[in-house]
Design a protein around this ligand. Structure first.
Ligand SMILES: *Cc1c(COP(=O)(O)O)cnc(C)c1O
Length: 369
């Protein structure tokens, strides 16, 4: 049933007539007929060529899929349009999720759009300012749990078993149905799957969705399959260590998760694709965040983890990517977490309203170029 699909891939950018991921790919999504279209025109994010960084990382043909350009600033919108549309169509009045921040903002926005109440549980400790503000702005009821993300998720799962509130974490299968559309878009733009895809792994829904998407598109259109490199933060790397982490710690708050709900599925995705799941340090993550910004792409720390992992592997001689097409998924926008930059940057220089003072700070000094 692919007759309703457009013949030509949609162009990057939000062209007139673009109707969001659900309407663009509805025949390929395993969703109930009652699913409503609740859209903010998410998806169709650009696949940005990164020639200079690709050269530097090992002479590969590198692209960044910038998911930070979704309506609420992260890829979560792809899954949320479907999960909320399904919940609304099934008659739900309220939705709930546990979140390190981006799921909260996304759930709140789509719930507001659908006229549903949204409740979000956030963990103790750092939730990036831009994410919390988003959830507040879109009108969610925010509850901070004095525990970890994993504790919050347990509470959410339990309450949705006994009350008519829809769960919209990525345990909800419709989230993955929406998120897999990113794999379709990559194949549509490149004409086939890349050789390698790298991305951050937190609760492990996204890596699972990509693998599902690539496999299904390959079945349908013979687009080929990428190797998948999933990357966790060293302080929150249960899938690399092989056991849960009780107190996950990392600057990459979006992947500060010690018991990934879809861990098994993620390991299977990496293995079946011929890839793997590895960990990188916070320093490596922040270094790649800086490196991407020099290319004009500012992402939140977690979003730099995928490429940081690739860089580490190439450096260690564990992977050669020369001549390959590599796609890095940059999952969320840098604006979500402005503090991480402000903390590390020098404060701006202040000057009086005088030309001399301006010249003194911006022009080269005598003897310098
Ligand atoms: C949610 C999120 C992740 C992790 O995705 P999972 O599906 O939980 O593995 C990575 N980066 C950002 C910016 C996110 O919001």
């Amino acid at each position: 049933m692919i007759s309703n699909l457009p013949d030509k891939p949609s162009q990057p950018g939000r062209s007139a007539g673009y109707r969001g991921v659900l309407e663009t790919y509805r025949p390929l999504l395993n969703i109930p007929a009652h699913t409503l279209t609740i859209t903010l025109l998410e998806g169709n994010t650009p696949l940005i060529p990164m020639p200079r960084l690709g050269q530097e990382l090992g002479e590969c043909d590198l692209f960044v899929k910038f998911e930070g350009l979704n309506p609420t600033g992260s890829f979560k919108d792809r899954g949320m349009t479907v999960a909320i549309g399904e919940a609304a169509g099934a008659g739900a009045r309220a939705v709930i999720c546990a979140s390190t921040g981006n799921t909260a903002a996304s759930a709140a926005a789509y719930a507001a759009r659908a006229g549903l109440r949204s409740i979000v549980l956030i963990p103790q400790g750092k939730v990036a300012a831009g994410k919390l503000a988003g959830a507040m702005a879109y009108g969610a009821q925010i509850v901070q749990v004095l525990g970890s993300f994993d504790d919050a998720l347990n509470l959410v799962v339990e309450i949705t078993r006994s009350h008519p509130i829809a769960l919209v974490n990525s345990l909800n299968p419709y989230r993955l149905e929406g998120q897999k559309t990113a794999a379709f878009e990559i194949c549509d733009v490149l004409g086939s799957a890349p050789e390698l895809l790298c991305l951050p792994v937190g609760n492990a829904g996204n890596i699972s969705a990509y693998w599902m998407g690539f496999q299904e598109y390959h079945q349908l259109k013979r687009t080929g399959l990428p190797q998948i490199l999933g990357v966790q933060a060293a302080g929150a790397a249960p899938l690399v260590l092989g056991h849960p982490v009780d107190k996950p710690e990392t600057v990459a708050t979006a992947i500060r998760i010690g018991r990934p709900a879809r861990g098994e599925q993620a390991l299977l995705a990496a293995e079946q694709s011929g890839g793997e799941i590895i960990a990188v340090t916070d320093e490596e993550i922040l270094e790649m965040q800086r490196r991407l910004a020099i290319e004009g792409v500012w992402v939140e720390p977690a979003s730099a983890a995928g490429l940081a992992g690739l860089a580490a592997q190439v450096r260690a001689g564990r992977r050669a990517v020369r001549g390959q097409r590599v796609v890095a998924i940059c999952t969320g926008h840098g604006l979500k977490d402005p503090e991480i930059i402000a903390q590390r940057a020098a404060a701006p220089v202040a000057i009086p309203v005088e030309m001399k003072a301006l010249e003194a700070v911006i022009l080269p000094k005598e003897g310098e170029k």
